[in-house]
Structures are given as C-alpha cells and as structure tokens.
Design a protein around this ligand. Structure first.
Ligand code: ZN
Length: 300
C-alpha cells in the first residue's frame, strides 16, 4: 500500500495517544472514497470465485502469488525454498503452550486463547464461507518525507498502525522495523486490504493482511511525499522473525500451512497499482520460519 506522509503522521498520533482523542478537535470529514477503477490487465494468478481459491495446488498458488522481480517484470518463482516448499498446504500443528511461549518471548501481545480459535471466513465473514487460506504480505510504502533513510531505530520509521481516514486500521497486523507487532484485528475478523477483495465482497475474509513497515524516499524526479525507493535491505531480520511467528500462528489456527502471497501479485490486474512488499527476501523468511519450527520442536 502507499500512504501519504500526513495520513501516516495523523494515524501515528492517534495510535500513540488514544487518551488524547477526547480533547482533540473534531476530525475533518473524510473525503468520499473514489470509485474503484476497473482492472486494466489480466490477473497474474488465476482465481476461481466458485472455489474461492486460486488455481493449482497450494504450493503452485504460492509460487505464483510470490513472484520474483519487480512488479513490472514479475517472473514465476521455481521454488519456495525450505521449509516452505514442503509446508504450504500440508497439515499444521504445534503445541499451543510452546507456541504461546514463543509469541510471548518475542514480545507479541497474542492472546493464547486466540490460538485455539479458527480464522476468518470468506463471504464477508459468514460462518458458512470457507476459512481464510491466504497470508498476505504488505509493506506500508510510507513516504518518509526525508531525502535519506534514518537508522532502523528512528522513531519516525517505527510507528505502528496505519489507519484509514475513518479510523479503521488498514490490515490485521503491523510489524515495525524493530520487529514490534500491533495486532489491530484478530485473524478471526474478516478484513480486506486489496482491490481484489473490494471488487467482490464475497472474497472478504479469505485473506489475512500483514503490514511490514517500509519507509520510502524519492527517486530522481519524485517528491518527498510521493516516493517509491525502498531501503536495501528492504526489511530487517526482526521483521522476518515476527512475520514468521505470525505465519505459524495463523497456520496452526487454520490446521493447514497457509498460502503466503504478495499484495502486488493479488492486485496485479491494476497496472500502476501496488508494488508491495517491495524487496521481500523469501530466503530470509524461510530462515526465520525454520528457526521458529526448530524452537517449537525443541520446546525452548
Ligand atoms: Zn499492500
């Protein structure tokens, strides 16, 4: 997703100081939401609305939904790497107490009781809709408003919780550069964050949305508030660790290892749309995931 500097600052202020809400002046009325443009090219990955799933085995779906290269030059991925290659679509289980301990040790405020609950359902959250299958990875694409990237611990790039003008969060979870996590909505809540879901409300609830904070600065010809250059490396090790933990928790709740997916692949049919998560390194995610699995097995 791409957020303006002002919106991000406002959101951060609200998130950081909820007690100040009562004294704050009335928020300006939100501008009307523009009509969603129609897709202007074919989707990258075929989706069946009848089956409420992408076409192919879960692994094949993930290969398509996490393509390599820049959004303008996506190419099919040949492998998900280890351990994802053998996991996606297979049965997921873990000792709930061990998983809860790992989440707690990592500083995640994840209610242990939630680990025993199922995920959101498609059809807009109707109980008879199929449960969530896709673990969507985003970056916040936040225009930093500066010409250069600050250190990773700079407060300006460690806010948590992007919101729409109306106050609703833009995703289920948010992970800042230091690996701190805000769970805005439990994965049991049907929530949407893509155009692909917006054009068909029955798809809402099929996707779990996870935002990784990523500052952007201007390339040549861009402005401080309309910036698309991501840092290199694009995400921190702490972000991959936190994301891996959330992926494990979601998959254990599903009983099946979910299909990871990039927002940019899901909304590919809208050219010049979303480019996130830009620079995501699947190898680093695999390594972080492997470490979580090792620790679950070891019980430490
Ligand atoms: Zn996104």
């Amino acid at each position: 997703m791409r957020r303006g500097v002002l919106a991000s600052v406002l959101a951060a202020a609200l998130a950081a100081a909820p007690g100040a809400l009562a004294a704050a002046p009335p928020a300006p009325a939100c501008p009307p939401t523009p009509a969603l443009p129609r897709p202007n090219r074919l989707s990258l990955c075929a989706f069946s609305d009848r089956d409420m799933a992408y076409v192919g085995s879960p692994r094949q779906q993930a290969l398509c939904l996490m393509p390599e290269g820049d959004p303008g030059h996506f190419k099919a991925r040949a492998s998900l790497g280890a351990p994802l290659d053998r996991l996606v679509g297979s049965r997921a289980a873990a000792d709930p107490a061990r998983l809860a301990a790992l989440l707690r040790d990592a500083g995640l405020d994840y209610p242990p009781a939630a680990l025993a609950r199922g995920l959101s359902h498609a059809f807009g959250g109707k109980r008879y809709g199929p449960p969530a299958r896709y673990f969507v990875i985003h970056d916040t694409s936040s225009a930093l408003g500066r010409p250069a990237f600050p250190p990773e611990d700079d407060p300006a790039i460690n806010r948590l919780g992007e919101r729409y003008c109306g106050g609703e969060y833009t995703a289920h979870s948010f992970i800042n550069r230091q690996g701190k996590v805000l769970i805005a909505y439990d994965y049991g809540v049907a929530w949407r964050a893509t155009k692909f879901e917006s054009i068909n409300r029955w798809r809402k609830g099929l996707f779990l949305h996870n935002e990784l904070t990523q500052p952007r600065i201007p390339r040549r010809g861009e402005s401080l508030t309309n910036a698309s250059l991501s840092p290199d490396p694009a995400f921190t090790p702490a972000q991959y660790r936190a994301l891996a933990l959330l992926y494990v928790a979601a998959s254990v709740r599903a009983g099946t290892w979910l299909v990871p997916a990039f927002h940019s692949a899901i909304d590919y049919a809208w050219e010049d749309g979303h480019d996130d998560p830009r620079g995501f390194d699947l190898k680093q995610f695999d390594e972080a995931l492997g470490t979580v699995l090792d620790r679950l097995r070891a019980g430490s």
